[in-house]
Design a protein around this ligand. Structure first.
Ligand code: NDP
Length: 490
């Protein structure tokens, strides 16, 4: 590997998948400059033309699904089927963003109220210009596309810095975009290590940064952005809880829990990490769960740990959990680098690292709780707040619990289902970050609201914003406002 390029490796085999430039600050700044011109061109296109181009991009990705899935498989190690699923989801979001941008963001009239009787008011959401997207490796198509598709649909140009572990996928996404939009570099990919992302965040011409990754790096990105008052969207993972209530369909809950925790080798920001099961169904649920877990194997049902350094964290959490808790499935020997078989440990203290810190591996802790309320309280006692799951046959009770969960998203009787509903915003609170991708909120995230109020006629005897305003006008105003707002509500 020369100093000017770096290799991406297949984490399962160690083989080189591709070699990519390490774009330095100068190269990043040049890309941002090109993006500035492209942003103007893209924003000036009629909305229906942007929509047409984005739907065409969607079709291009769909037609290349197998090829792209093979590349995702090579760079992340995940099975081709899982790679296919994430691309399908990304395509669904691209479709929604393209079709809904004009409706959500377009100029529309808003009511002006009694005091603004003589005004007409309009609101629209205008593009920001250049958006920087810093992406992770765990879902190298789906996750960045949650920002890229919505930022593009909102009329921005995007400079995308993929994770150094999945640069080939990032490069391919931009190449495919150029098939639909050959005129201008509206979507560019810059490759490199952390410094490349840092240069992107520090460029004052980048109007917003959409970051997905760890909380610690989000803070560094935010500090760089603070220099220029550049706003950021931060999607920083979580420690998501899975609650099994007394009336839950236990086989379905166990099945969903296992998949939510172990699929993608647990490297899912909204994956299941903590499980709370109410006392009444604890034993039968654990039987269902452990029987299923015994049949799931790394390297067969899911791929390797993509980032080598992650193995140390996973190992530390397994050691910590198995020392203090009761092993249900697997244990320290489940780590067969780069693979990790499922690990389930019960009764791990709530203040231990395995329960508090993000593991990002195929491991879960399980705890018995008195009832669903106690489960919810434990679920909410986390610094993170990304997503969670409730299993219960009582739809009303489940919805109440879901609404009370201190997270951005909750799935009921399914796992991570919110991610496949493009109209639903995605994002968290607390250490999980802030801002939203997906849905109408995700479109607005990459815009600035533009408000215009126009006086249609002068209100006789009510010229309030003038030095010629007299006591009579003020008196009329006091009478009007007393009539409108002075009465107490009964
Ligand atoms: P990071 O947060 O370090 O990296 C995420 C992205 O930020 C990558 O593209 C990375 O580039 C880039 N980056 C790194 N340093 C900087 C910087 N100073 N300025 C700008 N961009 C930067 O995550 P890791 O990939 O190292 O994973 C670490 C942990 O993060 C995992 O253990 C997991 O807990 C969590 N994570 C959460 C994800 C989520 O979906 N929320 C996704 C991935 C990880 P590069 O890869 O080149 O260093």
């Amino acid at each position: 590997m020369s100093t000017l390029t770096f290799d991406s490796l297949n984490p399962a085999t160690g083989e080189v998948v591709g070699s990519h430039p390490k774009h330095d600050a100068q190269a990043v700044h040049e890309a941002v400059a090109r993006a500035g011109a492209a942003a103007e061109w893209w924003a000036a296109l009629p909305p229906e033309e942007r929509r047409r181009r984005l739907l065409d991009y969607k079709a291009v990705i769909t037609r290349r699904l197998r090829e792209l899935a093979a590349l995702v498989h090579e760079e992340t190690g995940k099975p081709v089927g899982d790679a296919t699923l994430e691309i399908v989801l990304a395509v669904t979001h691209l479709d929604w963003a393209a079709r809904n941008a004009a409706k959500v963001l377009g100029r529309h009239r808003v009511a002006t109220g009694m005091l603004g009787l003589n005004l007409a008011a309009t609101l629209e959401y205008l593009p920001l210009g250049v958006v920087g997207v810093i992406g992770p490796w765990n879902y190298p198509v789906f996750t960045p596309m949650g920002s890229i598709a919505y930022a593009l649909a909102a009329g921005n140009a995007v400079v995308f810095k993929p994770s150094e572990l999945t640069p080939g996928v990032g490069v391919r996404l931009a190449e495919l975009f150029a098939e639909s939009v050959p005129e201008q570099p509206v979507l560019q990919t810059v490759t490199g290590l952390g410094e490349t992302g840092a240069a992107l965040a520090a460029d004052p011409r980048v109007r917003k940064v959409a970051f997905t990754g760890s909380t610690a790096t989000a803070k560094r990105v935010m500090a760089a952005c603070a220099e220029n008052l550049t706003p950021i969207v931060a999607e920083c993972g979580g420690k998501d809880a899975f609650i099994v209530d007394a009336d839950a369909d236990l086989p379905a809950a166990a099945d969903a829990c296992l998949w939510g925790a172990m699929s993608n080798a647990g490297q899912t920001c909204a994956g299941v990490e903590r499980v709370y099961v109410v006392d009444a169904v604890y034993e039968p649920f654990m039987r269902e769960l452990s029987e299923r877990a015994a049949k799931v194997k790394a390297g067969q049902d899911y791929g390797p740990i993509t980032m080598p350094a992650q193995l140390d964290i996973i190992r530390r959490h397994i050691d910590d959990a198995t020392k203090s808790g009761k092993v249900v499935t697997g244990g320290p020997d489940s780590v067969r680098a780069p693979f990790v078989d499922p690990v389930i440990v019960a009764d791990v203290p709530e203040d231990s690292p395995a329960v508090r810190e993000e593991t990002f591996g195929p491991t879960i802790t399980v705890r018995r709780t008195r009832d669903a309320q106690e489960a919810l309280e434990l679920a909410n006692a986390s610094a993170y707040g990304l997503a969670g799951t409730i299993f219960s046959r009582n739809a009303r009770r489940a919805t109440q619990l879901a609404r009370a969960m201190r997270t951005g998203m909750t799935a009921v009787n399914s796992v991570i289902s919110f991610a496949g509903v493009p109209a639903l915003p995605f994002g968290g609170i607390g250490d999980s970050g802030f801002g939203r991708i997906h849905g109408a909120d995700g479109l607005r995230e990459f815009t600035r609201p533009k408000a215009v109020s126009r006086q249609r006629f002068a209100l006789p005897g009510m010229n309030l914003t003038s030095f010629r305003r007299g006591p009579d006008e003020l008196e009329r105003l006091i009478r009007l406002v007393t009539f409108l707002h002075g009465r107490r509500k009964r």
